[in-house]
Design a protein around this ligand. Structure first.
Ligand SMILES: C[S@@+](CC[C@H](N)C(=O)[O-])C[C@H]1O[C@@H](n2cnc3c(N)ncnc32)[C@H](O)[C@@H]1O
Ligand SMILES: [Zn+2]
Length: 434
């Protein structure tokens, strides 16, 4: 496990891919995130709301894909690559590639004991399940939580020729088989309570058959006044209502969405804001006090506010500059906390790679020269070592590192053409000039 290379209560404005690439591996306990859903809509906050000015796009085309992502996926995870090929439309393919490269980073930065909750809806949930299986491993799938946003049957939904689409799916994966999980409980329903129909000086109780309990155990229950004797003389064990709790299942119908709770004072107007209680439940179940919770698509920072509420450390990333404004407002309004979250726009520098030589050291150059057989990784021409330069495959400006796994040798000409861009750009340019 590594320490996070950022401070508690940090919000970044920027693309989460570059920022996560700069985060230490194995440093986050819990990721709870709600990315765009590929809903084929663009979102804007209502004018006049606290979130006015916030907007993000959720329409996708192949022009959104950096072809470098596809190469990366093809090389690193062929199974994941096959999932992308199974996507139905170019828009789906582009959305899944966008998510896949980010989910690879999310897995890397999670601690071996960490977990991730990925909020999605039926537009892409089944495809994302396959992507998650390929990234996290099918055996690390723990639950699909069904969150009923709104009770069915309101307004137009009642008349459409299909069942209402009134729930979201939240996919839970652990990184490995040791992970934090704290069972959550819900109060008993009215019908469950009705079974507690007897009463004594300790309160209401139900009478349950003794089952496998031995006579000796029954004597102990008797001594503690925990045996109920029926009119016919049969003995039952008393279970008290005050001790009763129902373990919460994976279908959640008790947290209302803003479709129902429109007047909620929690509402900032941020498009796609989720209820605080929903993410508090997740943070409570899958992290401990003091743990680091991250939301790389944080919006108006509902996950971060939930983490703050529950004494966890937190960080959020959003491409929209509105996120930091709303987080400050929410910390003040909801938690009466005048702390100032740290706002960053730079890419963090990883501190978990140990002592690595400078990227263009003779040592790296010698190693790479041997690996590439003396050929430029771009034009493939054979050069003497002194004519080759060390290049970052993913540029440092995009959050990558000086680690040898991100280095290659290029001839001076190829290095100039590529600059801070990806290898695909270089390949296309070389084809044009050949
Ligand atoms: C569904 S919303 C999250 C809403 C959040 N759960 C809340 O309660 O406010 C998705 C968010 O992802 C952000 N986003 C989209 N692409 C991003 C990227 N590449 N990096 C960081 N944030 C991104 C959008 O600006 C938007 O705020
Ligand atoms: Zn070259």
């Amino acid at each position: 496990m590594n320490q996070p290379n950022w401070a508690d209560q940090t919000i970044w404005t920027g693309d989460n891919l570059s920022i996560m690439r700069g985060m230490n591996s194995d440093s986050v306990d819990l990721i709870c995130t709600d990315p765009p859903f590929n809903s084929n809509a663009n979102y804007a906050a209502p004018i006049g709301s606290e979130a006015a000015g916030a907007e993000f796009k959720d329409t996708w085309s192949l022009s959104d894909i950096d072809v470098e992502w596809i190469n990366l996926i093809e090389n690193q995870n062929p199974q994941l690559f096959r999932v992308l090929l199974a996507a139905m439309t170019d828009s789906d393919k582009s959305y899944l590639a966008y998510m896949a490269v980010r989910l690879i980073e999310m897995r890397r930065i999670l601690k071996p004991t960490g977990s991730i909750y990925l909020h999605c809806d039926s537009t892409m949930s089944h495809y994302l399940k396959l992507v998650m299986d390929a990234v996290f491993g099918h055996s690390n799938f723990r639950n699909e939580i069904i969150w009923e946003r709104d009770p069915a049957g309101k307004g137009a939904k009642r008349t459409s020729k299909q069942w209402p689409r009134n729930y979201d799916s939240i996919l839970l994966y652990s990184k490995g088989d040791q992970y934090t999980f704290r069972q959550q409980y819900a109060p008993l329903s009215e019908s469950q309570k009705k079974v507690y129909r007897y009463r004594d000086e300790r309160g209401e109780y139900k009478a349950v058959q003794r089952g496998d309990y031995s006579d000796k155990s029954m004597e102990k229950f008797l001594a503690a006044n925990k045996v109920h004797t029926s009119k016919t003389g049969k003995e039952y064990i008393k279970y008290y209502l005050k001790d009763a709790q129902a373990a919460l299942g994976s279908v959640w119908t008790d947290v209302y969405g803003f479709g129902t709770k429109t007047a909620s004072k929690e509402r900032t107007g941020y498009p796609t804001q989720k209820p605080l209680d929903l993410y508090k439940r997740i943070v409570e179940a899958s992290s401990e006090e003091g743990d680091m919770v991250l939301d790389p698509f944080c919006g108006c920072a509902t996950t971060c506010i939930a983490a703050q509420n529950l004494a966890r450390q937190w960080a959020g990333i959003d491409i929209s500059a509105k996120a930091i404004e709303l987080t400050k407002l929410r910390l003040q309004n909801e938690l009466k906390l005048f702390s100032n979250p740290i706002h960053r726009t730079d890419i963090p520098q990883r501190t978990d790679l140990g002592d690595i030589p400078p990227y263009n050291s003779a040592e790296n150059k010698r190693f790479l020269y041997g690996e590439q057989g003396g050929h430029c990784a771009g034009c493939q021409t054979h050069f003497e070592s002194r004519h080759l330069e060390v290049d970052h495959i993913i540029a440092r400006a995009n959050g990558s590192t000086d680690h040898i796994s991100n280095l290659q040798l290029l001839c001076g000409s190829c290095n100039r053409i590529k600059g801070d861009r990806g290898m695909e750009y270089l390949r296309v340019k070389l084809q044009l000039v050949s």
